[in-house]
Design a protein around this ligand. Structure first.
Ligand SMILES: [Mn+2]
Length: 351
């Protein structure tokens, strides 16, 4: 069933006469359009694609399931003029200023997770793009291990990795590449800085590639030369936590159950106070998407076709940190780890 048909089924279930889709990622998911500054008004028997004349050619090349409506003023104001009945808008995306621009006879109703809910289950073409985004990112990691040397700054490593992935066909990076070395590795999301990488540093690399609009998201931690026994032990605990948690990731299991499992695992090893974030999140067209970050309140069960990260970590201030993140495909049976297995012991880069 087409994506628009599945959305229309949701509209019937929600007693909506239409939905104004203003999140450009959702517009792209429903229509194939890869530009911006566009909106979609989906009703029971029509789909209006509202944009301006800059995108006329691109519309005709890419969009085959909607009618073009050109506007010259305000995008959402123009779109709203075509809406009648009870029409939903995307509450998580529309700003208050945009909302005040809506006009016409429709009764506007906030909605959440309609299109983004559909996006949670990936089809084969989407999976192929995610897998290629992973292949490119993993080639980038090999490049980093081959080229990183003491004396380089974190920013140099990040820029080199980003450029290498683009040379392999990535359109960009999934997010700003994280390179956190030495004591900075205890910062879970330490952006690459001008810190110089030194012998003995732990290096946490969190990066991803975008391929045909789909992302990968991987974290690896390695050491420059030689690690202390404590950091080797922390690596081992995180590695085992990653493996054990991955085994819990299957259809029907609640996100919060998986999150609790990972936290209990690391708690039992004595590092609970040093694991302060959720255990994973969905990926796809966005770096964080459904079924949602696995906080303690995630009551959403995993479904076949979800692609999610598993990313336990331990960060000890003044000592260092380790995170190991993989991308997992949920099935009815054992999960499929889309990324290559991290090694059971710390990777040592010779210095
Ligand atoms: Mn992640």
């Amino acid at each position: 069933m087409s994506r628009l048909s599945r959305l229309r089924d949701l509209l019937v279930a929600k007693h909506l006469d239409g939905l104004l889709v203003s999140d450009p990622v959702n517009v792209s998911y429903l229509t194939g359009f890869t530009g911006d500054e566009s909106a979609l008004l989906v009703t029971a028997d029509d789909s209006l694609f509202i944009t301006d004349s800059r995108f006329t050619t691109q519309f005709h090349q890419q969009v085959h399931n909607s009618h073009l409506v050109l506007h010259q003023d305000h995008l959402l104001s123009a779109a709203s003029e075509h809406a009648t009945g009870t029409v939903g808008f995307e509450a998580e995306y529309m700003t208050y200023a945009d909302f005040m621009k809506l006009q016409g006879p429709a009764k506007w109703q906030p909605t959440t997770d309609l299109v983004s809910g559909l996006r949670e289950v990936k089809d084969d073409a989407e999976l192929a793009n995610i897998k290629q985004a992973i292949t490119i990112a993993e080639a980038g990691y090999k490049h980093v291990l081959d080229t990183i040397r003491p004396g380089m700054t974190e920013i140099q490593v990040a820029n080199d990795l980003d450029q290498f992935m683009k040379s392999l066909g990535a359109s960009g990076t999934s997010f700003e590449t994280i390179v956190a070395s030495g004591l900075r590795s205890a910062m879970p999301h330490g952006m690459a800085s001008d810190k110089v990488i030194e012998a003995g540093d732990m290096v946490t690399l969190d990066w991803g590639a975008v391929y045909h609009g789909y992302v990968s998201d991987i974290t690896r931690t390695f050491v420059m030369g030689h690690a202390t026994p404590e950091l080797e032990k922390i690596y081992h605990v995180v590695y085992e936590a990653n493996l054990a948690t991955t085994k819990q990731m299957r259809a029907g299991v609640l996100g919060k159950t998986i999150n609790e499992f990972a936290h209990h695992f690391i708690d039992d090893e004595g590092y609970g106070e040093y694991f302060g974030h959720g255990t994973g999140h969905g990926i796809g067209m966005s770096i964080h998407e459904g079924p949602g970050a696995w906080g303690p309140y995630r009551e959403v069960p995993q479904a076949v076709g979800n692609v999610e990260t598993v990313e336990p970590g331990i960060y000890v201030p003044c000592v260092g940190g380790v995170r190991i993140e993989d991308d997992i495909l949920i099935t009815a049976d054992d999960p499929i780890v889309l990324t290559s297995q991290a090694p059971p012991t710390l990777v040592v880069v010779p210095v």
